[in-house]
Design a protein around this ligand. Structure first.
Ligand code: RIB
Ligand code: CA
Length: 310
């Protein structure tokens, strides 16, 4: 059965790979892409989403969303991904425009029209928070809400306490985790270490000699330099990790548990921290399925398959 999917993204280099995985997956139909500010300003993330869809031969509608967090000041990650979010490789502008409808309206309309749809979020949760605030009923209409975001009992990547997507708009993240959406949380810790692509594994993509094989590696070159500055020695692709969980949960997820998760929104020290009650000490009902481990080779094969010639 084909999985119908809506993707919310702050399209930069790792988002682009995740988008391509979904757009080229034989078992998935992406019915909408909504864009949000995060890695880059909104116009750039929207352009990157359109460009990536074009590379995949997809006409999926792209709906621009929030240009700023609900309350926090936008603090982009162009330092990490490059000014254009795609490694400043000089890719051409997309040949088609985004939709006139805004992302929040599109999220509400697509979810109401397609109960059971899988929502995958790859960026800050500003659009999704606005959508559930405007239309609380959609929380019960989404089949799965796979969130690349947060960290469960481990280090953050933008502060010691928080992962970028939840840190960028902590108020939105707090709303979404309390909304009743069926959240599956893929934290940054799942995407690191052995889940990163070694130099040899990166060369395997280049050896395919396909446009996407080159694109996956080239557009992430700046991000790889940034990762190395942070002490990593592999190309860690967070959004593709979450996308693999979304596309093949049974095959990819090897450990998960339902826990109460709450997001800190006010503290300057722990803004955006995902506080995971894995010992149930709060007694609060679980609101999130936290992914604790994945089948790394299977995840990597899914990324590789997306770059193969069709
Ligand atoms: O922390 C990693 C996340 O932040 C990824 O989604 C990456 O694209 C950035 O948005
Ligand atoms: Ca992202």
């Amino acid at each position: 059965m084909t999985m119908r999917m809506v993707i919310d993204t702050d399209t930069a280099s790792d988002d682009a790979v995740a988008l391509a995985m979904a757009l080229r997956h034989p078992g998935a139909e992406v019915t909408a892409v909504t864009t949000v500010a995060g890695n880059c300003p909104l116009p750039q993330t929207t352009s990157n989403a359109l460009y990536t869809a074009e590379l995949c031969g997809s006409e999926v509608p792209v709906y621009p969303g929030a240009a700023a967090p609900l309350q926090a000041t936008a603090d982009y990650a162009t330092w990490f991904h490059g000014m254009d979010g795609l490694g400043d490789r000089g890719y051409p502008p997309p040949s088609r425009a985004a939709e006139d409808t805004d992302a929040v309206t599109a999220l509400i309309e697509h979810i109401r029209a397609d109960p059971g749809v899988t929502l995958v979020t790859l960026g800050p949760l500003t659009n999704v928070a606005e959508a559930v605030r405007r239309a609380p009923d959609i929380a019960g209409k989404v089949g799965r809400c796979v969130v690349m975001g947060g960290t469960a009992h481990t280090v953050g990547n933008v502060t010691p306490a928080a992962e970028f997507n939840l840190w960028f708009d902590p108020h939105a993240a707090r709303i979404v985790f309390a909304s009743g959406l069926p959240i599956e949380m893929v934290g940054w810790e799942i995407c690191r270490g052995e889940a990163g692509f070694t130099e040899d594994e990166q060369q395997q993509f280049k050896a395919l000699d396909t446009e996407l094989g080159h694109f996956f590696i080239d557009c992430n070159a700046t991000a790889l330099e940034s990762m190395r500055e942070q002490g990593a020695d592999r190309m860690e692709l967070a959004d593709p990790t979450a996308m693999a969980v979304a596309l093949d949960k049974k095959g990819v997820v090897t450990g998960a548990g339902r826990h109460y998760v709450e997001i800190e929104a006010e503290s300057p020290l722990t803004r955006g921290m995902s506080v995971v009650d894995s010992l149930d000490v709060t007694g609060r009902p679980p609101n999130t399925e936290v992914v604790w481990s994945i089948d790394i080779p299977r995840f990597k094969q899914m990324v590789y398959d997306a770059a193969r010639p069709r």
